[in-house]
Design a protein around this ligand. Structure first.
Ligand code: PEP
Ligand code: MG
Length: 748
């Protein structure tokens, strides 16, 4: 009635419940024959009323209709959604299997059960099954009666149990994977209804894969292909207990695990509350470098604006923290201390949870499951390393990040964003002074303050990385991320003037406001940043290169190996790169001469603007390596702002205009073509040109497969994504080998 004829199952359920109440029956099986007969009559009447046709009585007609229902289910909304999520082609179609009915509810010599051949939660090698006597189909999972653990069946029906044991072992050996089995016992005879590969947690997936290799059931290569790389994330970050009841109040773009904490609206509050032991979630319109301390003190970050490569998302990911960004449904009223979603008000101090996997914002605290990477996990990743050819580096901006990256298996640093190094305490004022300086003299003064801090950081990073390559990107601060907000300064100034505040303070604010107005940009992401800053204020890049090489020389003098790679951002023309390369070489050589130490180094560029990809042959003449900055490259190829795309991208994906968020997974057919083209043009001029990617795509399994295919040397991603990248790179290589082999076979 429900599946085939489309009558709401609740209506059947209501009739059943009424009948049970009438006869004082607790369980379905308590209903006697006459009550069941009456129920059948009511069901038939319901079908007639709802469909206008009598219930079909001919068995063959029933069978035909049931088969049709199976095929039609392929087009059901849930099935379509599922295929979209898991990338299953709609053209595959489905199959129907017809088998004789057996009954588990004919009495106490009958029953039904479900079983996993290994524990689906932990992966432990034990038969994990439940059953009920005198029960049918859904009864075991419906939760009305509590099923028995399978050990009890051993006592109740030892012969059936032994047979079940023999069969489950045989099935697992045959399919060479953990099976999810459904069985029925009819009057003492065991029937297997179905078997399929069982779903499992990430922890179980790895344990089962590693165990099966040890048992000689599968090869290491098969084991590596069995674990979904995006599942690995579960082992590094907490996740929301799937059993938890969650009241979802809003949805944005999520990353990295899950978090629970009390709502705070300012970074200061976050730090203050966390110092007294509270767990907090920082809720902001967007974040800026000034918020970094508060972000660090928080469990997770929720913002109303921004996309997956916005400041909030990138910095949170680097810290291994959960974030939900671009959550346009929330209205933040920081001054009044609450945010709202429709009529719902969430005040400062109220607990909320964030689910980075789904982007959901949940009201109240929910239980989180903490991960525990174990020895199997490390073994598994070592196997991945032997299988892959693509290198894996880390995006790391601080010595602490670098140490974390090495722990996770990074082979180098692919991107050290030097502007992120200025997020540290006491540094932002100097950066601001540098940006706000009216002339070179003032700027050099600010730079003098920054030089020792940079040198110190670089030295520590080199020490941690111990001879592994470290790509340091010269300053690329989108100015709006570092300056006080234009409207906020204007507001403060107006308030001071209206209240006839301190004249000195007014004068100071006026100067600041004037400078900010001069620097104000309509499109900061397309503005005065990257190498454009280096061209107009060469002293900034000089200071940075000096700091890099003084640190490198100091490191080498301590007897440690060091391999700096200076990277010039946002290049679009050959002359930009040539000028800044010359500046870098000159400064580096000067330092090494002065220090009487020589270190090996490389100078290269990022490929972030489409023009750079188009003239890659010219750039390769000036560059020992390219690193694809696919965040900006995606932004500029699509013309979608990284910071505002959250406003429309989800709708694009919902409507099927785009297959997914191109900032999360590389748009292979568009942006990918530029990557391919830059590779070909660059390598033509310089065959040993080193190629990597350091946009957020470097941690995304689908994108990693693409970069492997293009033939890049390495991907670089946040430290916490490194295990995912190691596995994804191994899988990309294994799949390639497999398809090459099958290609050779088909030619033969
Ligand atoms: C990029 O654009 O991909 C990149 C890595 O640089 P950023 O994200 O710092 O702009
Ligand atoms: Mg960039």
């Amino acid at each position: 009635g429900d599946v085939v004829l489309g009558v709401d199952r609740l209506k059947f359920e209501t009739l059943l419940e009424r009948q049970k109440a009438l006869h004082g029956a607790r369980l379905d099986t308590d209903l006697g024959a006459s009550a069941l007969r009456e129920l059948v009559r009511q069901y038939k009447a319901l079908v007639l009323k709802e469909t206008g046709k009598p219930f079909p009585e001919a068995p063959l007609q029933q069978l035909r209709m049931a088969i049709d229902a199976v095929f039609n289910s392929w087009y059901g909304q849930r099935a379509v959604e599922y295929r979209k999520i898991y990338g299953i082609p709609h053209t595959w179609g489905t199959a129907a299997n017809v088998q004789a009915m057996v009954f588990g509810n004919t009495g106490d010599r009958s029953g039904t059960g479900v079983a996993f051949t290994r524990d689906p939660a932990t992966g432990e090698r034990r038969f994990y099954a439940e059953y009920l006597l005198n029960a049918q189909g859904e009864d075991v999972v419906a939760g009305i009666r509590t099923p028995h653990p399978i050990a009890k069946l051993k006592q109740q029906m030892p012969k059936v149990y032994r047979e079940l044991e023999r069969i489950y072992k045989k099935l697992e050996r045959h399919f060479r994977d953990m099976q999810d089995i459904e069985f029925t016992i009819q009057d003492g005879t065991l029937y297997l209804l179905q078997t399929r590969t069982g779903k499992r947690t990430a922890r179980a997936a790895i344990r089962i894969a590693v165990d099966m290799v040890r048992e000689g059931l599968i090869t290491k290569q098969e084991a590596l292909l069995r674990v979904d790389p995006s599942q690995i994330d579960q082992l590094l970050h907490p996740m929301i207990d799937p059993k938890a009841k969650a009241q979802v109040i809003a949805k944005g773009l999520g990353s990295t695990g899950a978090a629970v904490g009390k709502v705070v609206f300012s970074p200061e509050r976050a730090e203050e509350w966390s110092r007294r032991g509270e767990k907090v979630i920082l809720v902001r319109h967007e974040t800026s470098p000034e918020d970094v301390g508060g972000m660090h003190a928080s469990e997770g970050i929720l913002t109303a604006t921004g996309g997956l490569t916005s400041h909030a998302a990138v910095v949170a990911r680097g810290m291994g923290k959960c974030s939900v960004v671009g959550c346009g449904e929330i209205r933040i009223r920081e001054q009044e201390g609450f945010f709202s979603v429709g009529d719902l008000v969430v005040r400062e101090g109220n607990p909320i949870a964030l689910n980075g996997n789904t982007g959901e914002v949940i009201l109240g605290a929910v239980h989180l499951i903490k991960p525990e990477p174990d020895a199997d996990f490390l073994t598994f990743l070592r196997w991945a390393d032997t299988a892959r050819t693509l290198g894996v580096r880390a995006n790391a901006d601080t010595p602490a990040d670098a140490a974390q990256a090495v722990k996770f298996g990074a082979e180098g640093i692919g991107l050290c964003r030097t502007e992120h190094m200025f997020f540290g305490e006491g540094r932002i004022p100097h950066v601001r002074a540098m940006i706000l300086a009216r002339d070179e003299g003032a700027r050099r003064k600010a730079l003098e303050q920054l030089l020792p801090m940079q040198r110190e950081d670089f030295l520590k990073i080199f020490q941690v990385m111990n001879g592994r390559p470290v790509t340091i990107r010269l300053l690329d601060p989108p100015l709006h991320e570092f300056l006080p907000k234009y409207h906020e300064v204007l507001q403060d100034l107006t308030r001071l003037r209206l209240t006839r505040g301190d004249p000195d303070a007014i004068r100071e604010l006026e100067t600041l406001f004037q400078r900010i107005s001069e620097l104000h940009e309509f499109n900061p992401m397309l503005g005065h940043r990257g190498c454009r800053l280096g061209i107009t204020f060469p002293e900034i890049y000089e200071m940075q290169v000096q700091a890099i090489f003084e640190a490198a020389c100091a490191c080498k003098r301590q007897g440690k190996r060091v391999l700096p790679e200076v990277m010039i951002p946002l290049t679009g023309t050959r002359q930009e790169l040539a000028d800044l390369r010359a500046l870098s070489v000159r400064t580096a050589e000067e330092v090494m001469r002065r220090e009487r130490v020589r270190v090996r180094y490389l100078i290269g560029t990022m490929i972030e603007v489409p023009r750079a990809a188009l003239v890659a042959d010219q750039l390769a003449e000036e560059s020992a390596f390219f690193s694809f900055g696919t965040n900006d490259l995606t932004q500029m190829t699509f013309g979608y702002s990284r910071d505002d795309a959250g406003k429309f991208l989800p709708r694009y994906v919902e409507k099927g205009i785009l297959p997914g968020d191109p900032f999360a997974s590389i748009d292979a057919e568009g942006v990918g073509q530029l990557v391919q083209m830059a590779k070909e043009r660059g390598r033509k001029v310089r065959p040993d040109l080193k190629l990597g990617v350091c946009g957020e795509h470097g941690g995304d399994p689908r994108s990693i497969a693409f970069f492997h295919q293009v033939g890049l040397n390495y991907v670089s991603c946040s430290p916490y994504s490194i295990p995912v990248a190691r596995l994804a790179a191994a899988q990309a290589r294994l799949k390639e080998v497999k398809s090459q082999k099958s290609g050779v076979k088909s030619q033969e």
